[in-house]
Ligand binder design. Structure first.
Ligand code: ADP
Ligand code: MG
Length: 264
């Protein structure tokens, strides 16, 4: 398994946000993480990506222990995330945002730049080519020289998605990639994620939109009140009574229980 979360717990004072949660993400697959509001999804993603420390438990990424490592180290190992609210610099152009996403830039190491200028130029050239390829994939190539701040909300999400790919991550954590996105663009985002999976990318996705979860995920993990309620193939898990009941008991986020009930 590329990612293994093993009995991770997280307490906030007296509140237990996660009780011994275990889950895995397999290379080349799309794993969904779902659950009602407050069930612990964001806390878990923050722990996996190093933004929060677990109270107990272990996490291994590609066989290496990562729990408690700082976010930049985890990202450098190839485990990268996007945020629920996009954070791209608004006053830089779309292309500048993309190039900012590239990691291990030889040109940033002064000695490399001095001794091997050709290697640095070649790397810059490769980054540019990759940026154009990815911008084409999300149909943003004609916006490359515009300020990121001028893009629509959905386009910003697409930019955040492909920017993270500039670093050539081995696992991408997506926190609600289609939340707040215009329905017409949701299909585009889903298609892009599918295409990226075909290209070999691995994803762990938090998402409330059940149609998107069904369309994309190979397996899902359902959190409820900080515990894993169910895990397995999407259709089998979504058909479970207890999963449906957990959503209804939580007061039902807009559309979610109905979607589970009617599409199942
Ligand atoms: P989800 O993303 O599934 O909606 P969260 O992970 O945001 O759930 O929250 C899980 C629980 O942990 C909630 O009860 C929330 O109030 C609590 N929680 C999350 N972050 C903190 C924090 N920094 N301090 C205290 N409680 C928190
Ligand atoms: Mg959340």
């Amino acid at each position: 398994m590329l990612l293994e979360v093993d009995r991770v717990a997280r307490h906030f004072g007296g509140l237990i946000a996660l009780h011994d949660v275990s889950l895995t993400a397999e290379e080349g697959k799309i794993t969904g993480l779902i659950g009602p509001n407050g069930s612990g999804k964001t806390t878990l993603v923050n722990i996996i990506s190093g933004f929060l420390r677990p109270t107990s438990g272990r996490i291994t990424f590609d066989g290496q222990s990562i729990e408690g490592s700082p976010p930049y180290k985890i990202a450098r190992m190839g485990l990268c995330r996007t945020f629920q609210i996009t954070l791209n610099p608004q006053r830089m152009t779309v292309m500048e945002n993309m190039l900012l996403g590239a990691r291990q830039q030889l040109g940033e190491q002064v000695i490399m730049a001095a001794l091997h200028p050709w290697a640095v130029r070649r790397e810059e050239q490769r980054n540019l080519e990759r940026a154009w390829h990815l911008l084409e994939l999300v149909k943003l190539q004609n916006h490359a020289n515009e300020l990121a701040g001028g893009l629509s909300g959905g386009q910003k999400k697409l930019l955040a998605l492909v920017q993270v790919l500039m670093a050539r991550p081995r696992l991408i954590l997506l926190d609600e990639p289609v939340a707040g996105v215009n329905p017409r663009l949701i299909d585009d985002i889903v298609e892009v994620i599918k295409q990226l999976q075909k290209d070999g990318e691995t994803f762990l996705i938090i998402e409330h939109n059940m149609a998107v979860i069904r369309e994309l995920c190979d397996t899902i993990c359902v959190l409820d009140m900080g515990r894993v309620l169910a895990e397995g193939p999407v259709e089998a898990v979504l058909a479970r009574e207890d999963v449906l009941r957990a959503y209804i008991a939580a007061g039902g986020e807009v559309g979610t229980p109905a979607e589970i009930a009617t599409q199942g």
